[in-house]
Design a protein. Structure first.
Length: 440
């Protein structure tokens, strides 16, 4: 990468051609989505308090995620074109502002309909902001540095989720109400917006100094490309929608599930100042409802880089997707129909959340032609969000109708079963296509 940005005269210090400048930009670009990840998951993190203080049904909490995903489906169709048309600076600022406005509407809302409007606006900015972040990283990093930059950005983003589940209820209880957790989400979205402003300034300076070109976003749907897709692509896509529909809609209400069924504490009991209590909550991640929910994300943060390296080394992508789907089924059933402490099946669910994405997303460039990869990613993301719109609502609806989460957990285990079937179909289709997914 360094050779791409070397300029005559051998600039040193904080010049855009230096690694110091690039990795400083990486810090701020990584922060672009920290706030949105925190704000996305804060609804699930404080679900027990929302249900108690708002008198809201679980169906209503699930619908907040549904509103987000409906907006995400629409934004996937136009987000990529907007990035290419306006450039990463203007587009990312638009998306960051939408995220901030949406989070603010949610925090200030005094009625359920206004909450839904806020989540819709938030979703309209959040999903394309992730796409813009990818385009920004492709603009500044190449080769091995690109993979590193994506890994760092994803880790920082997922820290937002971990902070959300491990501090949401603590913020609510410490400051005296759920609204303070939503205000915290606004503050973190403000940090992300400020980080975007810094990126815009640094990018503008770097563009003039290095004559950078705009990188086109990959996740952009071109309808005429769809007719070229093979059965393998559709099997991967259906596995994607069933797999993620069994993970994120589950975590939307899993904190309430753990409180409701096991009576697990919302926050770790301790004395001391607020920051000490935050640290204590992280230290007792396996004994609080929100902390147990975050095990899945924590596992992926720690193990995802190693899983990616494993896939590159051994191949076996279809096989790993089969194994991940198999793990998911008993994980959900154990929580749904037994009293076993949920931290253990959540840890096994975390293993599935590491294996399947590590094998699934890199499979797309192997099963579609290079010129169709952008459409493939965009279409797969859009279809994935259809599941993410439907199943949070169904999860809450089933809980309200049956007064337990057993039916929901059977539903999620069934999604794992369908994912397993699609993974088996994929392996058979791949064998007919000379086993490209199974090769290293």
């Amino acid at each position: 990468m360094t050779e791409n940005f070397t300029v005559p005269g051998g600039h040193r210090g904080f010049h855009p051609s230096t690694k110091l400048y690039r990795f400083t930009i990486l810090i701020f670009v990584s922060l672009l989505t920290f706030g949105s990840y925190f704000a996305y998951d804060i609804i699930g993190a404080i679900a027990p308090t929302l249900i108690r203080d708002l008198g809201a049904a679980r169906e209503t909490v699930g619908s907040m995620y549904t509103m987000y995903s409906i907006a995400a489906i629409l934004s996937v169709l136009i987000g990529g074109f907007l990035i290419d048309r306006l450039g990463t600076r203007k587009a990312s600022m638009i998306f960051s502002i939408l995220v901030f406005i949406g989070a603010t509407i949610v925090a200030l809302a005094h009625s359920i309909p206004v909450l839904f409007i806020g989540r819709f606006v938030f979703g309209a900015g959040s999903e394309p902001l992730v796409v813009a972040q990818s385009a920004i990283l492709a603009r500044w990093f190449k080769g091995k540095e690109l993979a590193l930059s994506f890994g760092i950005a994803l880790t920082v983003s997922r820290l937002g989720t971990i902070f959300s589940f491990n501090t949401g209820e603590l913020i609510s209880s410490h400051f005296g109400g759920y609204r303070y957790a939503l205000i915290a989400a606004v503050l973190f979205c403000t940090v992300s917006l400020l980080a975007n402003i810094v990126y815009v300034i640094m990018d503008k300076h770097g563009e003039s100094a290095l004559k950078l070109k705009n990188e086109e976003t990959e996740e952009k749907i071109v309808l005429k490309d769809i007719k070229h897709f093979t059965p393998s692509f559709w099997y991967v896509t259906m596995l994607c929608v069933t797999f993620y529909s069994a993970i994120f809609p589950f975590t939307a209400l899993s904190t309430d599930f753990f409180v409701d069924k096991w009576g697990i504490a919302r926050v770790a009991k301790t004395t001391g100042g607020f920051l000490y209590q935050v640290f204590n909550n992280f230290f007792h991640m396996f004994s609080t409802a929100g902390g147990i929910t975050s095990i899945i994300i924590f596992a992926s943060m720690i193990a995802a880089p190693f899983a990616g390296h494993l896939v590159d080394k051994i191949g076996k992508r279809a096989t790993l997707m089969i194994i991940g789907s198999l793990i998911m089924i008993p994980s959900h059933l154990l929580m749904g129909v037994t009293k076993i402490y949920p931290a253990y099946p959540m840890a096994s669910l975390g293993i599935a959340f590491v294996l399947v994405p590590a094998a699934m997303w890199p499979s797309i460039p192997l099963v579609v032609k290079k010129e169709h990869v952008g459409t493939a990613f965009g279409l797969m993301t859009m279809i994935q969000n259809i599941g993410l719109a439907l199943f949070p609502y169904l999860n809450g609806k089933l809980r309200d109708l049956t007064h337990s989460y057993t039916s929901s957990m059977v539903m999620f285990a069934s999604l794992g079963l369908f994912g397993l079937i699609f993974a088996l179909f994929l392996k058979r289709a791949d064998a007919k296509a000379n086993g490209v997914l199974e090769r290293a």
